[in-house]
Design a protein around this ligand. Structure first.
Ligand code: C2E
Ligand code: MG
Ligand code: MG
Ligand code: MG
Length: 298
């Protein structure tokens, strides 16, 4: 790419190189964003939104995922897809990741004191947080400092993060396990997993990626994949969570396959903390439609 081409040119002592204006503009924009992101870390311009997770059998909120947003002074609320990759590239994901862990622990600890119904909150981890066991230290400290119940914290990890060094991953996951936190395998089906390793990783939940959920019930291949994933999870004693459920047809189809929990716009988008607290307090029993078997069943 242009960036490495430029580095190459600089290293080889070449003084005259040329990028077309579009590439120059892109590079300048990226640099500006990197600067802004450094300041954002200093000024703590981040905020967590919460997206509820619903248990179909109980018809209740049984958890939520904490999802980061960046309150940019000029651009407003920036979604993670627009800055997490850059944060990972620049190493800024380390302080950001620490902030997420501390903030979730602090928030859950507060709910432990003030709310009647507290549910486990999950957070997403990036690969770099694993190096040198940093994430273990941060998590251990945050849990101790805020006296949060470990079973109310859940970590979401992706296949690619684990498969980079499966042996190291197994030992870190075991350390998480002995702390008492819950573990879920995020975006399942999109990375390269080895089925051999899958059974050796001590997960509690398997989250089916939105890519497959989006296709059901109409896309036969996606339906088949969802079915196999749910069956596999049952064999391995993992609970399944479908991500990105948007329609009642998807809900019905996945429900019939035996999917345990769901998360998606059908129930709620990720919402600011006050709004999520309201949902917790209402402790509503969601009226999940009961479907006549057959209509959308696989
Ligand atoms: P993810 O962990 O797979 O999170 C689920 C994403 O799907 C969220 O996007 C959520 O808003 C979106 N989603 C949920 N239900 C629906 C639905 O019904 N329809 C559609 N179209 N989308 C739905 P979001 O919040 O933009 O986050 C995107 C990704 O950014 C996350 O994917 C995760 O990989 C990453 N991310 C978010 N927060 C953090 C964080 O604190 N740390 C790290 N390392 N990554 C994060
Ligand atoms: Mg996630
Ligand atoms: Mg996911
Ligand atoms: Mg994802």
């Amino acid at each position: 790419n242009a960036e490495s081409a430029m580095k190459q040119a600089l290293l080889s002592g070449e003084r005259h190189f040329y990028f077309d204006p579009a590439t120059q503009a892109r590079m300048a924009e990226k640099l500006a964003l990197e600067n802004d992101l450094r300041q954002a870390v200093e000024a703590q311009q981040f905020v967590l939104y919460f997206q509820p997770r619903v248990d179909l059998a109980r018809g209740r909120i049984v958890g939520a995922e904490a999802l980061i947003r960046w309150h940019h002074p000029e651009k407003g609320l920036v979604p993670p897809a627009q800055f997490i990759p850059l944060a990972e590239e620049t190493g800024l994901i380390l302080p950001i990741g620490d902030w997420v862990i501390r903030t979730v622990c602090q928030q859950v600890a507060q709910w432990q004191r003030t709310e009647r119904h507290v549910v486990p909150i999950s957070l997403n981890l990036s690969a770099a947080q694993f190096k040198g066991g940093r994430v273990l230290d941060t998590l251990h400290q945050a849990i101790a400092q805020h006296a949060v119940k470990a079973k109310l914290i859940e970590l979401e990890l992706t296949e690619s993060l684990l498969m980079h060094d499966p042996q190291a991953a197994i030992s870190i996951l075991s350390a998480f396990r002995s702390m008492g936190v819950r573990l879920s395998l995020d975006d399942f089906g999109t990375g390269y997993s080895s089925l051999a390793y899958l059974s050796r990783f001590p997960f509690d939940f398997l989250k089916i990626d939105r890519a497959f959920v989006a296709g059901v019930p109409d896309n036969v291949e996606d339906g088949a994949i969802a079915k196999v994933i749910i069956a596999l999870a049952k064999q391995l004693n993992l609970r399944t969570v479908a991500e990105g459920v948007e329609t009642e047809e998807q809900l019905s189809f996945l429900h019939h396959l035996g999917c345990d929990e769901m998360q998606g716009y059908l129930f709620s988008k990720p919402v600011p903390v006050e709004q999520f607290e309201q949902m917790l307090r209402e402790h509503v029993r969601l009226s999940l439609p009961t479907y006549p078997a057959g209509k959308h069943s696989p």
